[in-house]
Design a protein around this ligand. Sequence first.
Ligand code: HEC
Ligand code: HEC
Ligand code: HEC
Ligand code: HEC
Length: 115
Amino acid sequence: MLEQNALHQKILDYIDNKIYNQVPVKSYHKKVHQNGNSCELCHGSSEPVTPADTANCANCHGSPEAVAELTKELEPNPHNSPHWETELPCDSCHMEHSESKSVCKQCHQFGFKTP
Ligand code: HEC
Ligand code: HEC
Ligand code: HEC
Ligand code: HEC
């Protein structure tokens, strides 16, 4: 938890100093982040930064149903669970600025490795 708060503070400092390109993102998003002007792609606006709206993920990754199709071979499919089907917000599992997790882990041991 302490680490999370430290990270949060660091990001806020980067925002204050307008050094957006220092905000850590996932390696797979480096390309979209490159110039540091990427905040609005997920957050909807860059100043001030509003909470990430994971509906914006669909602009590049397609609908939740399309994402579920990518992992349909997995048993169970993290993108289509019997509890919520395809309706879980992406950041229930995919973090952007820190290590990803799996909400299923609260109750199951599926061994998902969330990128
Ligand atoms: C690819 C999508 C994406 C991009 C690009 C992105 N974010 Fe985020 N951001 C998220 C998600 C998802 C969360 C919630 C999960 C997390 O904290 O990682 C988040 C959380 C945050 C938080 C809250 C952190 C916390 O833990 O309290 C801040 C502040 C933030 N982002 C700032 C930024 C800034 C500034 C930029 C641009 C330099 C940026 N983000 C770019 C997706 C993104
Ligand atoms: C501006 C477009 C864009 C947005 C917005 C975006 N992404 Fe991505 N994402 C990409 C690209 C490009 C890649 C890299 C694809 C590749 O390497 O084939 C990627 C890769 C990923 C991967 C890794 C896929 C893998 O093969 O391991 C995940 C997971 C992911 N994105 C989740 C998200 C989530 C969750 C959000 C919303 C918070 C989001 N993305 C928002 C463009 C975007
Ligand atoms: C319950 C946790 C969870 C949620 C919620 C979740 N993901 Fe994932 N995601 C995963 C896991 C686990 C993987 C890795 C699957 C594997 O092992 O191949 C993954 C993989 C991916 C990939 C790469 C798929 C591939 O094989 O090319 C993309 C893209 C992605 N997620 C995007 C999203 C988006 C967009 C959302 C929101 C609509 C989302 N995810 C919601 C857990 C989740
Ligand atoms: C709050 C606890 C909780 C969380 C979080 C949770 N589950 Fe479950 N899940 C359960 C319980 C309890 C059962 C057993 C229900 C039953 O068998 O009647 C179950 C059953 C299942 C089953 C078997 C259902 C069947 O019909 O055989 C699958 C598959 C499953 N969960 C997937 C997931 C996935 C994927 C996630 C994450 C996206 C997840 N669960 C998150 C509590 C949870």
